[in-house]
Each structure stands twice: as structure tokens, then as C-alpha cells.
Design a protein around this ligand. Structure first.
Ligand SMILES: C[S@@+](CC[C@H](N)C(=O)[O-])C[C@H]1O[C@@H](n2cnc3c(N)ncnc32)[C@H](O)[C@@H]1O
Length: 314
């Protein structure tokens, strides 16, 4: 079993890019009355406490409690806590955006979505993709979640049972391989929907499985939105994946945000990318505004930059 736990990384620069785009796509779905399905192939734990031991990198703060006046859900705790202190990743991610008064519209909307889970002016609880989806959905929409890690699935199930009871009829969580599980759900009965593919890429196979999931998914559901996150790391699999995605005969937008120079020893995450098939027509131009601002705001050295491309047929 893999060791990746999203709570370690929550709210980092990669989550900012991913979730800002996710919120934009969800808003677009809500522009029409027709119901939709959201399929999250790699769901994670759902919602995270940024002051919890995992996200904050401070084991000694494990007993931090939620202030009585705080709005929003109190997330279930992961079962164990990390042993070593380390710098919390959200400090170089979402925390740098806090209080931004003149950010581009895509970012302001993302910050507004986060605020729904927190007391005014506070940023303590960070919603992962299932929670952003739950917040966006209407009564007629459906959410299908896959998570493979047994501990993570437990935390997500607890979070859902405590905080999403009103939506339980609309949500199904399956402990299974999301790459496999998604196949049986496409096309969704509503013929409107989005598939979020957000693996940890701990295994090299995730790159190939991601590409196959999009290719096969498009055969079953050509009009579906497929939203893929990938890491900027120094592996040839990254280039192979993005080149193959850009060769798809469909409409897409591809954004990448690099926050620092790739490390000389060849390791580490220096940014991330999002590839969106059948994107909202507003996405490209919104990203054209947001990405330079994000590179400046989240940049950690002179290597900070962005790219934005789209398919010939857009
Ligand atoms: C990057 S995290 C997901 C974060 C989440 N989508 C969000 O935005 O809040 C990736 C998750 O995928 C899970 N995972 C790994 N392999 C999987 C697989 N084949 N199917 C489903 N989940 C998997 C990991 O346990 C981890 O929780």
C-alpha cells in the first residue's frame, strides 16, 4: 500500500491551482439547470484542518481544537500523526493568497469558496475536492467518490457521515481503484458531468493509467469534462503524459504553474499542471489572467513561471 496522505500537502501551490480550476468548472456546471454527475477517482480525506498535526507539520499541536464560533465542518483526524516537524506546505500555498484584495476573478472565487468553510477572515479548514463538489451541488446532482487507501477512506467516510448527511442520497463512496471504478459510471445517466482524475503519482503507472482513463472515458462519454492534475517533477513520464493528452482529438485547455526552479539533484515537486478536456469556454481567458498572478504570488525563486495552451479546435 502506498504511503501518500494528502493531509501532508493540503493547501499547497498544487492544491491552489487544482481547486481554483475545479471551482471554476463547478460554477460552469451550475449555470444550467440540467443535473450533472461528478466522479472523483482519487478523493482523499475530504476536508482538512490546517492546524492539525498532519497539515501544520507540528506534531505537538495534535490537540488543537476548533474555536466555538467557527463555521463549517470539523474534519475527522487521521489515525496517526507525523513524527517529524516540517514546514507546513499550505504556508507557501493558500496562505500566501489570504487577504488578496485585487486577485484575478478565478482566484477571488476560489477564496470565496474556501471562506464558506471558515469563520470570516479565518483560514483553518481546507476543503478537498469532494467537499468543494458537495458545496457546489444542487439536490438533483450526484457525486461518486473513489478512494483506495483504507485509512483515508475511513476518514472520508467519517467526514461524510458527520457533515454531509443532508446529501447522503446523492453521494456514493467506494473503496476501490478509481481508474477501474470510473469505467462503469460512464456515461452518467444525466449525460452531463465531470471526471476529476487526481492521483498521487507515487507509482509510475499512474501516468499511464491517467492517460488511458481519459482516452477510454472519452470513448464512452465524448461530451464529458475530464479534469486531470499532474505534478511537475523531473520524470520523463510527465512529458509523455502531457504530450499524449495534447494530441487528443478533442477540445482542451492546459495550464501549468511552476513555483521554483527544478532542483539540481533532480527530486521534488517544482509545480503542477491541470489538463481540462471539454472545459468551460471561460476557462482559458480566466487562466490567462490568473496564472501570471499565481506565478508571482506563489513563486519561490526566479524559476517561477506558467504556461497556458489550448487545442486548435477551441
Ligand atoms: C492527491 S490525493 C487526492 C486529493 C483530492 N482529490 C483533493 O483534491 O482533495 C490522491 C488520493 O488518491 C488515493 N489513491 C491512490 N491510488 C488510488 C487509486 N488507484 N484509486 C483511488 N484512490 C487512490 C490516495 O490514497 C490519495 O488519497
Amino acid at each position: 500500500m502506498f504511503s501518500y496522505r494528502h493531509a501532508f500537502h493540503v493547501g499547497n501551490h498544487a492544491d491552489v491551482l487544482k481547486h481554483a480550476i475545479l471551482v471554476h468548472v463547478l460554477d460552469h456546471f451550475n449555470r444550467k439547470d440540467n443535473p450533472y454527475w461528478i466522479i472523483d477517482t482519487h478523493a482523499g480525506a475530504g476536508i482538512y484542518d490546517l492546524q492539525g498535526a498532519w497539515a501544520s507539520g507540528r506534531p505537538s499541536e495534535r490537540h488543537a481544537t476548533r474555536p466555538a464560533q467557527t463555521r463549517g465542518p470539523r474534519p475527522a483526524r487521521p489515525e496517526a500523526e507525523p513524527a517529524r516537524e516540517r514546514r507546513a506546505e499550505y504556508l507557501d500555498g493558500v496562505a500566501r493568497l489570504k487577504g488578496a484584495a485585487h486577485a484575478p476573478a478565478l482566484i477571488m472565487r476560489y477564496l470565496e469558496a474556501l471562506q464558506a468553510f471558515n469563520s470570516p477572515g479565518e483560514l483553518r479548514y481546507y476543503p478537498g475536492s469532494p467537499w468543494l463538489a458537495l458545496e457546489a451541488m444542487r439536490d438533483r446532482d450526484r457525486l461518486r467518490l473513489f478512494e483506495l487507501h483504507p485509512s483515508e477512506v475511513d476518514v472520508l467516510a467519517q467526514n461524510l457521515s458527520h457533515h454531509a448527511r443532508g446529501r447522503s442520497r446523492q453521494v456514493a463512496l467506494t473503496q476501490a481503484d478509481g481508474f477501474e471504478g470510473v469505467k462503469a459510471l460512464l456515461p452518467p445517466p444525466t449525460r452531463r458531468g465531470m471526471v476529476l482524475i487526481d492521483p498521487s503519482y507515487e507509482s509510475k503507472q499512474d501516468y499511464r493509467h491517467t492517460l488511458t482513463a481519459v482516452q477510454e472515458g472519452l470513448k464512452r462519454f465524448a461530451t464529458g469534462s475530464f479534469v486531470v492534475w499532474y505534478p511537475l517533477v523531473q520524470r520523463r513520464e510527465v512529458q509523455n503524459l502531457t504530450r499524449a493528452l495534447e494530441r487528443l482529438d478533442t477540445v482542451w485547455v492546459h495550464a501549468a504553474l511552476q513555483v521554483r526552479r527544478p532542483a539540481s539533484e533532480g527530486f521534488g515537486l517544482h509545480g503542477s499542471g491541470m489538463f481540462v478536456v471539454n472545459p468551460p469556454w471561460t476557462l482559458h481567458d480566466s487562466l490567462a489572467q490568473a496564472l501570471p498572478w499565481l506565478a508571482k504570488t506563489l513563486g519561490q525563486d526566479q524559476g517561477a513561471s506558467h504556461t497556458l495552451t489550448r487545442s486548435a479546435r477551441s
